[in-house]
Design a protein around this ligand. Structure first.
Ligand code: FES
Length: 100
């Protein structure tokens, strides 16, 4: 499946992703500016992305710890996720996320 990354300036980059991969790893491979400083320990929120509304509902919901972390993220929206907590499900076909 492919992940479509939309930069704040509207630049679009599409990257192939495999089943079970973390969205954060796909983003970094695609050269997206997600630091992921804590390496996925839910301690930094530098992996914040905004998922397209239609795709958001297809993802497993965020866990409580992720929700708590997102509450602290400036500019977080209803469809915000932490990319280190999202695993690629090939059944999605395509996933579109915006960089904040
Ligand atoms: S990489 Fe730190 S919270 Fe996701």
């Amino acid at each position: 499946m492919n992940v479509v990354f939309v930069a704040p300036d509207g630049t679009v980059r599409e990257e192939a992703a495999t089943q079970g991969e973390r969205l954060l790893d796909v983003a970094q491979r695609a050269g997206q500016p997600l630091e992921g400083t804590c390496g996925g320990d839910l301690a930094c929120a530098t992996c914040h992305v905004i998922v397209e509304a239609a795709d958001f509902d297809l993802l497993p919901p965020p866990g409580e710890e992720e929700e708590d972390m997102l509450d602290l993220v400036p500019g977080a929206r209803r469809t915000s996720r932490l990319a280190c907590q999202v695993q690629i499900d090939a059944a999605l076909g395509k996933l579109t996320v915006r960089l904040p």
